[in-house]
Structures are given as structure tokens and as C-alpha cells.
Design a protein around this ligand. Structure first.
Ligand SMILES: Cc1cc2nc3c(=O)[nH]c(=O)nc-3n(C[C@H](O)[C@H](O)[C@H](O)COP(=O)(O)O)c2cc1C
Length: 233
């Protein structure tokens, strides 16, 4: 189900975009973007359309508000559907958006190959826990299954901490999107280069020359008494 995004409502953002004076002014004040992006797309393929976001395929990106889109009953998806997917799909199956170690255990029990712990970058539900906080318990619950993670990873050291806590992979969302917004493909390459350099530096300063050397030995348990805070190597 769609989340309650008050900041987007305050900024006048909706999907599909609502025609408004502000949208028009914004476009006119950014002529390079208007010609390079909107103009180019209009000329090449006509009005941009959402192909797979809403129940109504091919909905134009700008439209008058219509009846709320309940996304084709997506809120009815539940564990039996995951079991059906598992039984139907013989390839790799990864479930994204889990935050509870109990759900990770459930994903393992139904035969998933991996999970991505995610709170959708903190944009879906206020008070949802940070995936990083549940990572150790989730890794224990996952047994043989791979645990991946996203939401809020911004620095190389964030990535290192997640790998040390047992994540197999860390995904990064908005930093790459910001790179694309500012500098297109070159902006994404630059964002990746910054993150890569930070990871390289952090690994070197922690004495790790390969990713496989990143483990819990790098961590201090803040909750443990000082003399037992360091994990034995
Ligand atoms: C514009 C935007 C659209 C997104 N759409 C989806 C989506 O359709 N499905 C999904 O599982 N996650 C979606 N996400 C969430 C990302 O997959 C990811 O979990 C999140 O961005 C990671 O957090 P980060 O941006 O802090 O790195 C979206 C994120 C953004 C910023």
C-alpha cells in the first residue's frame, strides 16, 4: 500500500504529477532541463508514461487526479503468495523489505535464496526500525540464506559495518539518484567513485585487504562491559 508522505503532499508532489502553476513555473525556470529532458522525451516517444507503477498501465506522467489507485490489491499479498511464488519459480528467489528476524526465518523455511532487509530508505513508515539494528539477529535467523541490506547507507564506513555484521551485500538508492539528477550518467559514476574510494580507505585503515577479511572482529559491542567489548579475533 502507498505510504503517508506528508512532505510530498506539502511540496505538491503526487503520482501522476498534477498540472499546476508551480509545476509550470518550475519547468520554465529550468529551461535546460525542460528542453533536454521533457522536450527530448516528447520528441522521441511522446508523453512520458508510467508503465508498471500503477494498476492502469501506461498512465501519463501528468494527469488530473483520478480515483485513488489501490495498486491492484497489492495489500492482499501475504506469505501463502510467497509460497506459491517459490513453488512456481525454480530460479533464485529474494524477498525484499523484511525487518523482523522472525520473517527472515519464515523466508528461509519457505525456501527463499536470500532476503534484503530494508525499511525502504525510511520513507514508508515512521518508527520502522533501521535494518542495521536487526542485521545480527537476521543473519542468525537466515542460517544458510544470504542476507543483504539497504536504507540509509551513505559512507564507506556504513558499508563496512554492515559487512562486518554479516551482510553479503549493501544496496544504495538515493545517492545514485541524486548523482543522476545532478550530472546524469557521469553523476552516477562520480557517486559510485566516491563510495568506492571511501570503502577502499576504510578497509585499508581497518587492516583489510580483501572483503572476506571484513568480519565481526572489527566491531566493538557498546552494550558490553569495556573489558569485554572487543570481539575476540
Ligand atoms: C524514487 C524511489 C523509488 C523507489 N521505488 C521502489 C519500488 O518500487 N520498490 C521497492 O522495493 N523499493 C523502492 N524504493 C526503495 C529502494 O529500493 C531502496 O530500498 C531505498 O531507496 C534504499 O534506501 P536509500 O535510498 O537510503 O539508499 C524506491 C526508492 C526511491 C528513492
Amino acid at each position: 500500500v502507498a505510504s503517508n508522505r506528508e512532505n510530498e503532499r506539502r511540496a505538491g508532489f503526487a503520482v501522476p504529477l498534477r498540472p499546476s502553476g508551480m509545476l509550470l513555473a518550475d519547468g520554465l525556470l529550468h529551461p535546460r532541463w525542460l528542453l533536454g529532458n521533457v522536450g527530448y522525451t516528447l520528441l522521441r516517444s511522446g508523453m512520458p508514461r508510467f508503465e508498471n507503477l500503477t494498476a492502469q498501465r501506461g498512465q501519463p506522467i501528468i494527469a488530473r487526479p483520478s480515483a485513488p489507485d489501490h495498486r491492484a490489491g497489492r495489500d492482499a499479498l501475504a506469505w501463502p503468495d510467497m509460497q506459491w511464488l517459490r513453488d512456481t519459480w525454480p530460479g533464485r528467489l529474494v524477498l525484499k523489505g523484511l525487518l523482523h528476524p522472525g520473517d527472515v526465518a519464515r523466508a528461509h523455511a519457505l525456501g527463499a535464496d536470500g532476503v534484503i532487509l530494508s525499511n525502504h530508505g525510511g520513507r514508508q513508515l515512521d518508527h520502522a526500525i533501521a535494518p542495521m539494528a536487526v542485521l545480527p539477529a537476521a543473519v542468525r535467523a537466515a542460517k544458510s540464506m544470504d542476507v543483504m541490506v539497504d536504507s540509509g547507507f551513505r559512507r564507506g564506513t556504513d558499508v563496512l559495518k554492515a559487512l562486518a555484521l554479516g551482510a553479503k551485500l549493501v544496496f544504495v538508492g538515493r545517492p545514485m539518484m541524486y548523482g543522476a539528477a545532478v550530472g546524469g550518467q557521469a553523476g552516477v559514476a562520480r557517486a559510485l567513485a566516491i563510495l568506492r574510494r571511501e570503502i577502499d580507505i576504510a578497509m585499508a585503515l581497518c587492516g583489510c585487504s580483501t572483503v572476506s577479511q571484513i568480519d565481526a572482529g572489527l566491531l566493538i559491542d557498546n552494550a558490553a562491559p569495556a573489558d569485554r567489548a572487543l570481539t575476540p579475533q
